[in-house]
Design a binder for this molecule. Sequence first.
Ligand SMILES: [Zn+2]
Length: 88
Amino acid sequence: MTTPRNQQLIKAINKMQSDRRFFPLICPDDHTHRLLCAEERNGEMVLACPDCLYITSEIPEAIIALCESEFKTTDDVADVILQDNPFK
Ligand SMILES: [Zn+2]
């Protein structure tokens, strides 16, 4: 079943995929394929490769957590989350 949370997450993941600050999720079958695209299939959130049949419902927890924090934080906060080590 489509939930508003899923739709929001899908939007956030796809936005993140085109955001250069983030390391994008790529196709494990062929790294030259286009970036994975979040979508909903049969009510389940999945990541799908636009260039082959690769599809996974295993979306990394870290990505989901990051997306959810994006919903309610400013870009400044997201920047801090994104940096490998902001205290360097
Ligand atoms: Zn692919």
